[in-house]
Design a protein. Structure first.
Length: 600
RNA sequence: GCCGACGUAGCUCAACGGUAGAGCAACCGCCUUGUAAGCGGUAGGUUAUGGGUUCGAUUCCCAUCGUCGGCUCCA
């Protein structure tokens, strides 16, 4: 969000400006379709702007934007006052006769049950109108005093998209017009620049340019193919997490790709996620599924490994398993939303008393790993069960799990915000949401407490009291999935990865053909020292070779001509453009290894 | 899955009812090079796929597939 003050966004001037801009836009659009042909729904401010939902006689196109914006500027320049008026439900219904969505909202308000999003409210709210010029909207406010307070040079209509009425896919789909609005033209410029910058960093574009991964219609949607460069990055990323987990006392297991459907019926996943699983493979009346999650497999493995004593706990099972999820085609996006994903998933089997210590350990591990990837700005969402929906009905276990998570968060001094209804069906979760260099948020890590599945799957351990107890399982992921995390990394670093992660760490650039042999010898030496290097022996001139290494964002360029070959040196250029001159090969190796160790 | 836009050479894009064109990349040759593009040549497309309209379709229409922007969903 663009506001610098500590004041909540909802109370800021910008919020009012955007909310008011939404009303002005709604007026302009309704005027485009006279005689009440335009049905208006809702139009709130959002991060960076606002939207308004309409049902219209025809589809709007971006060509309509100019006329709408033009009319909006007129309304702004006429400086109409926003007038609030508290009314009775009766009056409200009279005003919005012929506006079915507004009538539905009024009825909701009248019943005192729900707000404009259909969320329950505690007390019956007052019903109010805001009117400016000829346009009246059912609205709680607040607004700016008059339309003139919207800067006519600082707003822009952005896009049109379909959106379901009240966000429910069973409801009719409306046309949503998105706009952005700011206090000054400079702020608008800056915002549009940030969008451009985000576009330049788009991992789908960079992934192709850097030759990391591809999608193919022949293989299928959401099923990425990784090139040698892409694969080495995956490998480095997974190795790093694996090594860190081992250091933290985790063990790794392997549970394959196919599982009998029956197991997911027992765990509860089948009823909750059947439409997100690939169709079953049938063999002799037994159905198998491509594994969409690891937990039931890990729990089954725990069970098969014999009777467990409390002395063995906690047991921490990690696995880099490729899972297959039947995401709807419209939901697929580059590497961030795929149908084949490799999770760095762990399940920790522990006693209730150990939850806090295990949570702390997982949090430490997550902090270390995210730090290595230059993520140090993150927040935590505590996702709790809602009143209705998929959540397993066992209030006692839920409150124990929630209490355990809260106390673990508090003990670790972690600030968090609570999100009702966002939990997994089997338990609450703490999600770690990191901010990248453009200030965008990504949900990466997660820690979840599960009191439900272990019991359903019949897990147990023998306690000090020689009685059988059900262990608690903590589900935990650090980077989430390798694919998605790689996509986030590409955008975070704009493709200029830290040396330790760069698929090619150095390109060797012989100036003339006679230097190629020397370059190859140096390359061998560097490879022997664990560095990933390439020799550019193409016909290009040095400038061309530098250019192509630059566009590939290779951290080091090692130029070598007669002088260097003679002295056993390399001329080091960094991708920043800095020319560090000739240094010995040993000095370069030392420098590279230092950079790798430092994570830079 | 839903709404909308889009789909032309490996990539970025042009043409547009009259059997497709550029730059980069690729390949071949010349140059032998000092910190972001040396020069020349060659090759490359059933214009996503399948139907339809038309004397004629890459262009217009329909369907399918895919991509993009949203919605919904996210163990």
């Amino acid at each position: 969000m663009g506001n610098k003050s500590s004041q909540p966004y909802e109370q800021s001037d910008l919020y009012k400006v955007r909310h008011s801009a939404a009303h002005v836009m709604a007026q302009a659009v309704t005027e485009l379709f006279p005689d009440g042909a335009a049905k208006i729904a809702i139009g709130p401010p959002i991060e960076d702007g606002f939207y308004y939902d309409f049902e219209l006689p025809r589809q709007l196109t971006p060509e309509d934007f100019e006329a709408i914006e033009q009319r909006m500027r007129e309304i702004i320049n006429e400086d109409h006052q926003f007038n609030k008026q508290v009314v009775s439900a009766q009056e409200a219904k009279a005003e919005f006769k012929g506006q079915p969505y507004k009538l539905e909202l009024v009825e909701g308000l009248e019943a005192g049950a729900v707000d404009e999003n259909g969320e329950p409210l505690d007390e019956a709210p007052e019903i109010s109108f805001y009117t400016h010029d000829s346009f009246t909207d059912l609205c709680r406010g607040p607004h700016v005093a008059s339309t003139g307070q919207i800067n006519p040079d600082a707003f822009k209509l952005m896009s049109i998209a379909g959106a379901y009425w009240r966000g429910d896919e069973n409801n009719p789909q409306l046309q949503r017009v998105y706009g952005t609005a700011w206090e000054s033209a400079e702020q608008l410029e800056d915002y549009l620049w940030r969008l451009e910058e985000a576009k330049k960093r788009d991992h789908r574009k960079l992934g192709k340019e850097l030759g990391l991964f591809y999608f193919s219609d022949d293989v299928g949607p959401g099923l990425p193919l990784f090139t040698p460069k892409g694969e080495i990055m995956r490998h480095i990323m997974e190795d790093y997490v694996r090594e860190t987990q081992t250091r933290y006392g985790y063990q790794h297991v392997w549970t394959g790709h196919l599982v009998k459907e029956q197991l997911y019926a027992k765990s509860g996943h089948l009823e909750n996620y059947i439409e997100s699983m690939f169709p079953a493979l049938e063999d002799d009346n037994v159905n198998y599924r491509l594994k969409p999650m690891n937990c039931p497999s890990h729990m089954t493995l725990y069970k098969e490994m014999g009777k467990h004593s409390y002395r063995e706990l906690p047991m921490r099972f990690g696995e880099f398993a490729t899972l297959y999820r039947y995401e709807k085609t419209g939901e697929l996006t580059g590497l961030t939303r795929v149908r084949a994903l490799t999770q760095d998933d762990c399940h920790i089997f522990c006693t209730p008393d150990q939850i806090e210590q295990e949570f702390t350990l997982a949090l430490q591990l997550i902090r270390e790993v995210l730090g290595r990837y230059h993520f140090d700005d993150y927040r935590v969402d505590l996702s709790l069960r809602g009143d209705e929906g998929k959540f397993v009905d066992d209030p006692e276990k839920w409150s124990r799990a929630e209490a355990a998570l809260r106390s673990a968060l508090d003990k670790n001094g972690v600030e968090y915000q609570e999100a009702y209804g966002e939990a997994a069906f089997y338990g609450p979760k703490a999600d770690i949401i990191a901010r990248d260099v453009l200030g965008r948020e990504w949900q990466l890590s997660t820690i979840q407490v599960d009191f439900i599945q272990p019991e359903r799957l019949g897990l147990s351990y023998v306690g000090e009291d020689n009685q059988e107890h059900t262990p608690v399982v903590i589900h935990r992921a650090v980077t989430g999935s390798t694919e998605r995390f790689m996509g986030v990394m590409i955008e975070h670093f704009a493709g200029a990865f830290p040396v330790w992660l760069a698929p090619v760490q150095a390109v060797l650039i012989p100036i003339a053909d006679r230097h190629v042999e020397y370059a190859q010898n140096v390359a061998t030496l560097l490879k022997d020292n664990g560095l990933r290097v390439e020799v550019d022996d193409s016909n290009d001139r040095m400038g061309g070779k530098i250019r192509s290494a630059q566009t590939q964002k290779v951290p080091y360029m090692l130029v070598m001509g007669d002088k260097e070959a003679e002295a056993g040196q390399v001329a080091l250029r960094l991708r920043s453009g800095e020319d560090l001159g000739a240094i010995s090969v040993d000095d370069f190796i030392r420098r590279a290894q230092d950079d790798i160790a430092a994570g830079s």
